[in-house]
Structures are given as C-alpha cells and as structure tokens.
Ligand binder design. Structure first.
Ligand code: SF4
Ligand code: SF4
Length: 424
C-alpha cells in the first residue's frame, strides 16, 4: 500500500489524461478519467467517501488500458492505483456469490469450466444469429445485445497436441487463455502451426487455467493469486526459452501482474512474447505476401500496456499489402467487464474504430487480441461492413503457406464461410 500511496501523491491533477482516456472522451465526466478515479480513491482512503455501489462503478469503469500512462507527465502508475482501489473495494464490500462461484469454483477447474461452456454453447445454438456474419448472442453474458461468435464445439486445449518436437533449437510454452481456447480455437491452431512449420519445440501445458485478468479486474486478488500459481507451475514445468501468447490481455497480466501475485519477479514475466514479437524476433520472413489489403488495430494491452507496436506491423507488412489505419491505437471499446454494463460507451468507441477501418479501404482488419476481434466483429456487423477480422498470425500463416509449392491460396472471406479447419 505504501507504493500505491506514493503513486497517488505523484498525480498533480494536471488533467492531461483527459485528452486520451477512452471512457472520458465518450462520457466527458470527470469520474471517468484517471484524475477523477484517483481523487475518488484518495477520498475513500481518507474516509471522506464511502465504498458505495457508485464508487465501485466508477472504479470498475477504468479499462486499465494504460493509455493515460503514456501521456502522464508525472509517470503515475494509474493501472496500479486502479487495481489497488478495486481490491480495497472488493475487501470492503465483498464479492457477489456469482463472482465467487466463477472465480474460485469454476475458473480453476478445467473440466467444470469446459462443461459450463458446453452448456452455454447449447443455449447459444437456439438463439437466432443477428447478422449475416458468423456471430451470435451469448445468453447471460452481454445481456443478449452484443453479437459474439459461436462457442467452439471443442476447446483448443482438448484438440491440440500437448507436445510437438521441433528442431531442438528453441523451446516454448504456449499459453492460450479463455478466448482462444473456447471462442477462437482456429487462432490457437494457427499459432501452433506457424511455430511447428518453423521447427519450434512446443509445449502446450494442458493444466493451464484462466490467466486471471477478469478476476483481477473484479479485485479478487486471492483468486487471481491461486490462478497465477497454477499457471506458473504449468508454464515453468519445463525449461523453456519463451512463453508465447496470442492474447494481448493474458500476456499483459502475466508480464505486469504475476510478479506481485507470485511474490517474486521470476523468469516467467521476462519470457513473455506476443506471437508477432516471437515471429519477428526468431522466425524470420520466408513468406510470400498475400494479395489482400490488410490494416491493423492496436490492442490497448499490447500497445499501451506493453509498448509493442512494431512487430505486429512488421509481420503484416511482410505478409500482405499493408495499410495503416488512422488512429490505430485508439481503444476499440471492449474494455472487459465495463462494456457489459456500458454497452453504449463501448459502441461509441467501436463506431469510431469502424470509421477508421472503413476509411483505410482495407479488405481485412487484423489485430493481436481475441477480445478486440470479438468487439470489432460485433461493431462491423452493427455497421453492416463486411470486413473480415482476423488475428495477425493468421495473415502470416497464409503468406507463409503461399510461399510453399502446392498450397492453394484461399481468401479470408471464403474461409469464414467454409468454417473452421485445422490440421491438428
Ligand atoms: S495526467 Fe497524470 S498527473 Fe495529470 S491528472 Fe492525469 S494521472 Fe494525474
Ligand atoms: S487506464 Fe485507460 S480507461 Fe483507465 S483512466 Fe487510464 S486511459 Fe482511462
């Protein structure tokens, strides 16, 4: 807490964060920007404000996107302050029974989690699809308003192999996270194929669990710590050179939050690589660019959270006819649980992003986070803009295969219509 108090004291109330904070730019309320959230937390600590539902809503409203930290002249660790505030609120107000059940009862138990997702998939199947794109409402989550993809028939952790022997030169552990496991297993398979094609020794630990991002966001540090310990044991069971991620949010949580949760700086956070960082750093470019115009959206957690902007662009430049969209670093509006309760704010941010995509003229939009893919698919479907949304690794895979004799190039929109395919 001493460290947090020092961070609080560093805020000079200059208000520079107001120019970039995505929630403030939509609502224009002082409570929806770093300065206002910091002031509220200080008032709670001084006993001048109570830990009410409204205080919880304000502090939960932060995306922890780290955008404000990029412009803050005092270098205030807003992400640390907001996290501490949420944990304090969770301690004082307690967690709801549903959150306790999910965070402590379901997320650490892979088989039970699989069964719950299978039930959700059945429920999802009976609801009508809202658009021509392959997106469907998910009951309970998102209140039936947001369109989300059909949940996978079989989670990626059940279908992909646990070990792939490579050339013995570089060995990695692959962390999938919930979204790649249950919603986009085709992206997980694409990552594995790319690594395999380059002869990387791959371990996909089947005992990995949720990274803890939604748990931390709710302030349940004890449950997040339990998940971090399980993941550390799974990912460090073998001596590996890198831990590769296809989800920017999972990667940020492991790199930023695991040292505190595990109570040791450790080697694990130092080994975190986004798949595009890994391709750019270790795999090289023996590919043949595809004949499609591709643009890129920066996931906040990759760009502002970890400062990774070059590798995904370089991967796409080497793999396609790349065009940069305007304001690529602006938040797409998903923002985790905030968009569950504030879908209007989420849509306002999403609409601006759709305009950037439209004006780029790109035929395909790529990104590096499954959460952003989900949000962009929903927002593009709302706007009636039929631009496929893919992960950057999928573009790289297609270009890599295109450079190999005998491969028949299949455009993205045809692939979307023909469904999922996996060699594993
Ligand atoms: S930019 Fe930094 S110092 Fe200025 S108000 Fe925001 S958090 Fe405080
Ligand atoms: S982390 Fe993001 S949402 Fe939170 S205050 Fe900073 S800019 Fe705003």
């Amino acid at each position: 807490m001493d460290e947090v108090r020092r961070e609080l004291e560093r805020c000079t109330r200059c208000g520079k964060c107001r120019a970039v904070c995505p929630t403030f730019l939509v609502t224009r309320r002082e409570t929806d920007v770093a300065r206002g959230r910091i002031a509220l937390f200080e008032s709670i600590l001084r006993g001048e404000a109570a830990a009410t539902d409204r205080a919880g809503e304000i502090l939960m409203g932060c995306y922890r996107c780290a955008r404000c930290m990029d412009v803050c002249p005092s270098g205030v660790r807003v992400d640390m302050i907001v996290q501490a505030a949420r944990e304090l609120l969770a301690r004082r107000r307690g967690l709801g029974p549903a959150a306790r059940l999910v965070f402590r009862g379901i997320l650490p138990r892979r088989r039970l989690y699989d069964r719950m997702i299978a039930l959700a998939r059945v429920a999802q199947a009976v609801l009508p699809s809202r658009s021509a794109q392959p997106v469907r409402h998910l009951p309970l989550i998102y209140g039936g308003r947001r369109s989300v993809p059909r949940l996978a028939r079989r989670p990626a952790l059940r279908t992909l192999p646990e070990i792939i022997k490579g050339k013995g030169e570089i060995k990695i552990s692959l962390f999938l996270g919930c979204m790649l496991n249950y919603v986009y297993p085709e992206i997980a398979a694409s990552i594995m194929r790319v690594l395999d094609m380059h002869g990387v020794d791959i371990i996909l630990p089947k005992t990995q669990v949720c990274c803890g991002t939604p748990v931390l966001a709710s302030g349940d540090a004890a449950a997040a710590r339990a998940l971090a310990r399980r993941n550390a044991a799974a990912l460090e069971a073998d001596k590996v050179d890198a831990v590769v991620f296809g989800c920017a949010s999972c990667a940020l949580t492991v790199a930023r939050d695991y040292p505190r949760l595990l109570d040791r700086p450790g080697a694990l956070p130092d080994k975190v690589f986004d798949i595009t960082e890994f391709i750019d750093r270790f795999l090289g470019y023996s590919n043949l660019p595809i004949d499609e115009t591709v643009t890129y959206h920066d996931p906040c957690h990759l760009r502002w959270g970890r400062g990774v902007t070059g590798p995904p662009r370089e991967v796409l430049r080497r793999s396609s006819d790349y065009v940069e969209m305007e304001r690529a670093g602006d938040c797409c509006g998903l923002g985790g649980s905030f968009s569950l309760t504030h879908y209007d704010v989420s849509c306002a941010l999403g609409e601006a992003k759709v305009e950037s995509i439209r004006s780029s003229g790109a035929a395909v939009v790529a990104t590096a986070c499954p959460g952003c893919i989900l949000q962009l698919q929903d927002q593009l479907a709302r706007a009636g803009l039929g631009v496929p949304v893919v992960h950057a690794v999928q573009v790289y895979e297609m270009s890599y295969l295109r450079g190999r004799a005998g491969h028949e190039y299949v455009p993205f929109d045809s692939r979307a219509r023909s469904g999922r395919s996996s060699r594993f």
